[in-house]
Design a binder for this molecule. Structure first.
Ligand SMILES: *[C@@H]1O[C@H](CO)[C@@H](O)[C@H](O)[C@H]1NC(C)=O
Ligand SMILES: *[C@@H]1O[C@H](CO)[C@@H](O)[C@H](O)[C@H]1NC(C)=O
Ligand SMILES: *[C@@H]1O[C@H](CO)[C@@H](O)[C@H](O)[C@H]1NC(C)=O
Ligand SMILES: [Zn+2]
Length: 438
């Protein structure tokens, strides 16, 4: 009788020894983006560390970027879960077609008015729900949203070096944020393999080399996670923003040069051309139809849309920053305006339906299954997954958790990955054993 009473007492003690806070304990999350990491870049390179992650984590064969396959638009879709027409970051440049303003990509990283259009990125939402978040060079992480900044951020301002030592230091810094400062969510950005893909082209020994460097960096990351005691407390999602394809040159094809078909000076008030496979033109007053007619059948590998003709499934049409004429070139055909410069041997900006624009997705950590191959999905669905992992109530978004929820361990919703609950369960067992012995 006495020991039964004691058992009840101990039982209630064990129950109340669960975390007192209303949130159950969620693991931390690191989102890493390697810019321009095409989905198949690991297939012709020796990548022991990425291979290891297939066994010890989740791999999607590939994932789909949003329809403007460019750095800022795509990264902002990942961090907001919104289509481009809903978040408004429609280009790498900040621009104003009325004033002719063009702000280069690096400078946009400090301009709130380019990013802050009403769609709240996850950093801010998570902070508003009590979490600590940080951005290490991730596009959009360095500006204010409704007046609010990310708790800790570093902004890319000197062109990102491909120095492997610096890459490792960046990982050490992020590990310190998690362990010494108890950050919950950090985004980490690397400018490779995009730079190498542009400069040398994707099908080159230089690209192979940079993928080997990235693979070593992932190995370093895994060691660092282990050394910092984060193995059971940190989930990692590794992805990108778009792929890369070889630019087709004159010896092989008839390159696109718009000035062959129309006078840009006479017909256009503003344009965003010479950025890979995607371009926009703002016609002069009353010249819209003339621009359209001049380009519509000009080149077999150029598709021309009036804004209202853009297929809905691209999810770009609705935004006011989309200009009246939108151009999309076939894979590998750059949209040149007045001269063909051949600065880039590789490029992106092409349709997100092209396999060369698809990107990598990997994930590992305590809440992810081992050896799980996920079906391809839209990158917009990374957002609800991240919210679920962090226990954050998501903003309205265009992603779907049904794309990604199977990646999680079976008992995720039961809180099975929470260390503290496991401890109190084993404590309970121990108590019962002791009591039955009394
Ligand atoms: C963000 O807001 C702070 C405080 O008002 C301000 O000092 C800072 O310059 C702003 N940053 C940007 C990028 O606008
Ligand atoms: C370019 O256009 C031609 C004619 O329509 C087509 O046969 C070819 O496949 C196109 N090239 C690409 C890369 O789509
Ligand atoms: C995307 O999400 C926003 C916010 O919920 C919504 O207003 C919009 O209609 C959605 N877009 C599509 C195509 O469903
Ligand atoms: Zn990019």
């Amino acid at each position: 009788m006495k020991s039964e009473l004691l058992l009840v007492l101990v039982l209630s003690l064990c129950v109340s020894s669960k975390p007192l806070s209303k949130r159950r304990t969620y693991n931390k999350l690191l989102l890493i983006s390697f810019d321009g990491f095409r989905w198949d870049y690991d297939q012709d390179v020796n990548t022991p560390n990425l291979d290891e992650l297939v066994k010890e984590g989740v791999k999607a064969k590939y994932i789909n970027p949003p329809a403007i396959t460019m750095t800022s638009p795509s990264h902002f879709t990942t961090i907001t879960g919104r289509w481009i027409e809903d978040h408004g970051v429609v280009h790498n440049l900040m621009f104003n077609d009325k004033t002719g303003l063009r702000v280069p990509h690096k400078a946009t990283l400090k301009r709130s008015e380019w990013w802050d259009n009403g769609a709240l990125p996850l950093w801010i939402t998570a902070q508003n729900q009590g979490l600590k978040t940080a951005s290490f060079l991730y596009p959009g992480g360095g500006v204010n949203y409704s007046g609010q900044a990310v708790d800790r951020f570093l902004v890319e301002d000197h062109g990102q070096p491909d120095d492997e030592t610096e890459w490792r230091q960046n990982i050490d810094t992020v590990m310190g944020w998690f362990t010494k400062e108890d950050f919950d969510f950090v985004t980490l950005y690397y400018g490779e393999p995009d730079n190498v893909g542009h400069t040398f082209g994707p099908e080159t020994p230089e690209r192979i080399k940079i993928i080997e460097q990235i693979d070593r960096t992932i190995g370093y990351l895994r060691e660092a996670i282990h050394k910092n005691g984060l193995t059971d407390h940190l989930n990692v999602i590794l992805s990108s923003d778009h792929g890369m394809t070889t630019v087709k040159m004159a010896s092989e094809v008839n390159e696109i040069k718009l000035s062959n078909y129309m006078s840009l000076f006479n017909l256009a008030r503003f344009d965003l051309l010479d950025y890979g496979g995607f371009g926009m033109i703002t016609p002069r007053e009353g010249k819209g139809q003339e621009v359209y007619d001049s380009l519509k059948n000009a080149h077999p590998n150029l598709t021309v849309y009036k804004q209202e003709e853009i297929p809905e499934h691209f999810h770009i049409r609705k935004h006011e920053r989309i200009q009246p004429i939108v151009l999309l070139a076939d894979l590998g055909f750059n949209i040149n305006s007045r001269v063909i410069l051949h600065i880039n041997k590789g490029d992106h900006g092409f349709s997100n339906e092209e396999m060369d624009m698809k990107m990598i997705f990997r994930a590992f950590g305590p809440d992810f299954r081992d050896n799980f191959l996920a079906e391809p999905f839209d990158s917009v669905s990374i957002y609800p997954l991240m919210c679920k992992l962090l226990g954050v109530v998501p903003e309205a978004n265009n992603g779907s958790l049904s794309d990604t929820k199977d990646m999680l361990v079976d008992n995720f919703d039961a809180g099975g990955s929470s260390g503290r609950i496991k401890v109190s369960l084993s404590l309970l067992l121990l108590m019962i054993i002791i009591l039955t012995l009394i």
